[in-house]
Ligand binder design. Sequence first.
Ligand code: SF4
Length: 209
Amino acid sequence: MVSSLESGILTSELPLMEDFYTIQGEGFYQGHAAYFIRLGGCDVGCIWCDVKESWNAEAHPLVSIEEMVKRAKQSGSSLVVITGGEPAMYNLDELTRALNQAGLKTNIETSGAHPITGDWDWVCFSPKKFKAPVESIYTQANELKIIIYNNSDFEWAEDFAKKVNSECELFLQPEWSKEKEMVPKIIEYVKANPKWKVSLQIHKYMNIP
Ligand code: SF4
C-alpha cells in the first residue's frame, strides 16, 4: 500500500476519514444528492478550516478503493464527490477508474495545491491563501469557488477569475463563521458582477453532513 503524500505511485488503498450519502450543499452541484468520500490528509492549513481533524492522514484508516466504490454504488447516488482534506495529495487514477467503471460521475474538490491525477467529470477548484495553487488547475477547473472571509477576498477572487478557463463557473461563498457579515456583501457584489453566483453551505442550514 502506498499512502505517502506527493507520491505518484498508484495505490489500492487510501486513508478514509468518512464517507456518507447526503445533499451537496455548495457550488455547482448544490442541492444534488451526492455520495461523499472524504480522504484524510491535508497540508494546506487554512486557519478557518472546519475539518481540521482531516489533516493528519495517519489518523484515518486505510480503506480499499474497491470497498469505497462498492459503498458509493450501493448508496444509489450517481454523483460521487471526492473531498478532504486535500484529495489531490494522492494519486487518484485508480479511484476514478473504478468509479467510472461503476458508472458513477466523479467530482473532486481541491485547493489546487497539488497537480490532480485521475479522470474527472467535474473539478471544483477552491484556492486557499495558505498554499498557492499549481498552474495546471486553471485549465482543468470546471468550477471556481472562492471562500469570502475578508473584504479583500473579493479582489482576490477576481485575480483567480482572470486565470481560470473561460468555461469555468464562478462562485462566491461566505466562510461559515462570517456568514451574517458576508452574505449581504456577496449579494451586492454578485448583483454588480453577475458573472459570479452565490454559493451557500445549504447543508449547514439543513443540519445534514
Ligand atoms: S484545504 Fe480544506 S481541508 Fe485543507 S485546511 Fe483548507 S479548508 Fe481545511
